[in-house]
Design a protein around this ligand. Structure first.
Ligand code: APR
Length: 174
């Protein structure tokens, strides 16, 4: 049974996960928000490896090393920019979570931490994004038992933390 945790904190400081997920942009060449924090903590080697990937389409995931980060891997994914909900944003966001888990499983990564993808600079409504995140992750874990042992949702603000905690309570998984 996979443990799903919900915590508040800085994802770059997590020491008990194999991989942290980066909410990147399609260039994979760094940015602000969690992307900026991850590149700052990982050091220049991360950007060098990202350069060689030549970008990533929205909804997909790419795996790199973790460099100076505590975790061994960074899984970069590109969330959708919120445009009002009529541009398949929900499907693209669900794809981010699913593709990160599939990429992790392929690398035999058994513990993974997610930030709240797209809810910062990309402007996604927090509740809507949280619902997609929790539903997509729980569905993947039910369809692929035994692959991932631990998932941590790492929130950076109290509002997001409360949203996820309420959701997890409702879905009967604390
Ligand atoms: N640890 C965990 N979560 C964080 C951290 C951190 N160190 N820093 C920011 N966050 C949170 C934000 O508060 C937000 O809830 O990550 C969530 C995602 O916000 P952004 O980082 O702004 O990412 P996103 O909304 O997906 O926008 C992506 O921003 O940084 C650029 O290059 C990135 O262009 C891309 C865009």
């Amino acid at each position: 049974m996979t443990m799903i945790h919900v915590i508040k904190g800085d994802i770059t400081r997590l020491t008990d996960v194999d991989a942290i997920v980066n909410a990147a942009n399609s260039s994979l060449l760094g940015g602000g928000g969690v992307d900026g924090a991850i590149h700052k903590a990982a050091g220049p080697g991360l950007l060098e490896e990202c350069r060689a990937l030549h970008g990533c389409p929205a909804g997909e995931a790419r795996v790199t090393g973790g460099y100076r980060l505590p975790g061994r891997y960074v899984i970069h994914t590109v969330g959708p920019v919120w445009r009002g909900g009529g541009k398949k944003e929900d499907e693209v966001l669900a794809g981010c979570y699913r593709n990160c888990l599939e990429a992790a499983a392929r690398k035999r990564i058994t513990s993974i931490a997610f930030p709240a993808i797209s809810t910062g600079i990309y402007g996604y409504p927090k509740e809507r994004a949280a619902g997609i995140a929790v539903h997509t992750v729980q569905s993947y874990l039910e369809e692929h038992p035994g692959k991932i042992e631990k998932v941590i949702f790492v929130l950076f603000d109290d509002e997001s933390l409360q949203i996820y905690k309420e959701l997890m309570k409702k879905r009967g998984r604390v």
